[in-house]
Every structure is written in structure tokens, then in C-alpha cells.
Design a protein around this ligand. Structure first.
Ligand SMILES: [Zn+2]
Length: 74
């Protein structure tokens, strides 16, 4: 499975309306404020980002680490 397929599969574990934001975050490291706010209160999205971080997606190192450690604030 390549990274793209893996990211798509992971995106399918979260809400449909946040999938494009999630994929953008994983592929570019950029996230909208609205998505970050949502992640703060959504276990599913938080878990998906943590999983991407654990896979070693480089772009996610800083943000993924914060979320994985539960230190992300707004
Ligand atoms: Zn969510």
C-alpha cells in the first residue's frame, strides 16, 4: 500500500466533511483553524492524526507530536 492509499484509508475513518482537511494536513502539513479546533474535541480525528504521526509522516512531526501527547491547544 502506498502513502496515498494509506492516507485515503485513514481519512475514511473520520467524518466525511473533514476528509479533505485531513488529507491536506497529512500531505502538506497545513491545517485550517476550523479543523484544528474540531480535532481538539474529536477523538476520531485526533486518533487519525496520531496514527499518521506514528507512521512517520514527516510533515506531521510537530503537530502530530502535540496531538499525540495531548498538548495541542486551539
Ligand atoms: Zn472528527
Amino acid at each position: 500500500m502506498n502513502d496515498e492509499e494509506w492516507t485515503q484509508g485513514l481519512a475514511e475513518t473520520i467524518e466525511a466533511n473533514w476528509r479533505s482537511d485531513f488529507i491536506r494536513l497529512v500531505t502538506t502539513g497545513e491545517a485550517s483553524t476550523a479543523f484544528l479546533k474540531h480535532v481538539d474535541s474529536c477523538q476520531k480525528c485526533s486518533d487519525a492524526i496520531t496514527e499518521a504521526y506514528n507512521r512517520g509522516v514527516e510533515k506531521l512531526q510537530a503537530l502530530g507530536k502535540m496531538i499525540a501527547e495531548g498538548k495541542h491547544q486551539g
